[in-house]
Design a protein around this ligand. Structure first.
Ligand code: COA
Length: 197
């Protein structure tokens, strides 16, 4: 799937008038086992960018890209997962991953377990594009609905609400020795999410 960049103007918020790139294309595709390390790099970088001040810093500092990369490669070799990457000419800058619900919420059968973009690529429409593409992959596998868990303090909660997600559950999880509140956002109708309606 090829998509034109939604925001073709870097620095728009600071008033810059120079185009980011003359032709700014991104590609969303199924991840391959050889993408494991690139996915881990995005995951660790995005965790450190996003969760500083929310998750204990010691935990964020010790996250290792190599070992996570090996785990992603293993996962990519197993059947049943939906793992998509978003890339441009500089490489992978985002991913979406999940499949069958792992942290159950009544009435929801699929889960978006991870959605991460490098901060340099936020607010360009790629989060929305990844969620739509992820939902479109779930539908032919027989799933009807989808849930995603987010730390309550994560600004991404606003994104999920903007995407039509409804708060359907809460729990706490332990991360790096801290008990942190989480919220689940649910979409009852994957069909609507695929089409963006
Ligand atoms: C959450 C995330 C995936 C959103 O992706 P994005 O590409 O920045 O979002 P998009 O540009 O596709 O935005 C889609 C819409 O959501 C809105 N939006 C995006 N981030 C938002 C936020 N933090 N709060 C409120 N609204 C937000 C956008 O303004 C846009 O609204 P529009 O319909 O008026 O245009 C991205 O910010 C990210 O990777 N964050 C860090 C990792 C993370 O927290 N992941 C979630 C873990 S649960």
């Amino acid at each position: 799937m090829k998509r034109q960049c939604v925001n073709g103007w870097r620095g728009r918020e600071s008033g810059a008038e120079r185009p980011r790139k003359e032709t700014c294309f991104v590609n969303i595709r199924d991840a391959k086992p050889e993408d494991g390390l690139a996915i881990a790099r995005v995951q660790v970088t995005s965790w450190q960018e996003t969760y500083s001040g929310i998750v204990p810093q010691d935990y964020l500092n010790q996250l290792g890209i190599e070992e996570r990369g090996a785990r992603w490669t293993e996962r990519l070799l197993e059947p049943g997962h939906v793992i998509l990457v978003a890339e441009d000419e500089d490489g992978v800058f985002g991913f979406a991953a999940g499949g069958t619900v792992m942290h159950p919420v009544d009435g929801y059968d699929a889960e978006l377990v991870g959605l991460y973009l490098l901060r340099s690529h936020h607010r360009e429409g790629m989060g929305r594009a990844l969620v739509h593409a992820f939902a479109a992959k779930l539908k032919p596998r027989g799933f009807q609905s989808m849930v995603v868990w987010a730390l309550r303090e994560n600004p991404a909660c606003g994104f999920y609400e903007r995407m039509g997600g409804v708060r359907v559950a809460e729990k706490t999880i332990e991360v790096g020795g801290a008990e942190l509140p989480e919220v689940a956002f649910g979409w009852k109708d994957l069909e609507a999410l695929c089409s963006g309606s």
